[in-house]
Write a protein that binds this ligand. Structure first.
Ligand code: A5P
Length: 227
């Protein structure tokens, strides 16, 4: 994915933000372009809105650009986020390669509208074919939790940072990237994963998506609308 594609997807998403809105700000490299576009609108148009960040990294970037931020104290008008996979037809998602899936899902579920920014490489016919499904787990007993994930048919790999130590989310939890080589019924898988005691959240985003802005390398954008 190149920056032109990210920028193409980001622009129309940032244009959806209206005066006085409370807006969920997702994480990832495409969201950086959305946040930059919003900062530009605030500067040039005097647009005022409140952002609710889904990660410490996004909070720091938004603050640096002078955006007003708040905690998730009230429902949101709009949430914008990236994705690692977008299933054609259903607009179901896999998210979390950036590690912010749990907060991203809490924010998405707290918003009246949820829109996604992605590039063409994220489009799939079936979830779990391009990337593994990230699963956020409680540190206590995580190896035992991983065995239960494996029993559900996945191949879980503990995510590690560059230093080789287990990667910790902003909430201090661990992540297992679970390869399924194609998810048959994502709702059943979600239910089974969530039934494991140590699982705190999964990267399967199965709730309604209003629209997905898909940027392409030539700077064009197409819009996929949810049903
Ligand atoms: C962060 O945890 C993820 O869910 C991101 O939204 C996702 O990884 C997309 O990131 P990019 O825009 O960097 O591809």
């Amino acid at each position: 994915m190149n920056d032109l594609a990210r920028q193409a997807a980001a622009r129309p998403a940032a244009a959806l933000v209206g005066e006085g809105m409370r807006v969920g700000l997702g994480s990832g490299s495409t969201m950086r372009f959305v946040i930059a576009a919003l900062a530009r609108r605030a500067r040039e148009e005097g647009l005022r809105f409140v952002g609710v960040p889904t990660s410490a990294v996004v909070a720091a970037l938004a603050q640096e650009l002078g955006l007003s931020l708040d905690d998730l104290t009230a429902p949101l008008d709009l949430a914008i986020d990236g994705a690692d996979e977008v299933e054609l037809g259903t607009l179901r998602l896999v998210k979390g390669l950036g590690g912010a899936l749990l907060r991203e899902k809490i924010v998405a579920e707290s918003s009246r509208r949820f829109v996604v920014v992605a590039d063409e490489s994220k489009l799939v016919d079936r979830l779990g074919t391009r990337v593994p499904v990230p699963v956020e787990v409680e540190r206590f007993g995580h190896a035992a939790t991983a065995r239960r994930l494996a029993a559900l048919g996945g191949v879980p790999a503990l995510r590690r940072g560059e230093d080789g130590a287990p990667y910790a989310t902003d909430g201090g939890n661990y992540l297992y990237d679970c390869r399924f080589d194609g998810v048959g019924d994502p709702f059943t898988l979600e239910r089974r994963l969530r039934a494991v005691a140590g699982v705190l959240g999964t990267g399967l985003f199965l709730g309604p998506v209003e629209q997905v802005f898909v940027g392409s390398a030539d700077g064009g954008v197409r819009v996929l609308r949810g049903r």
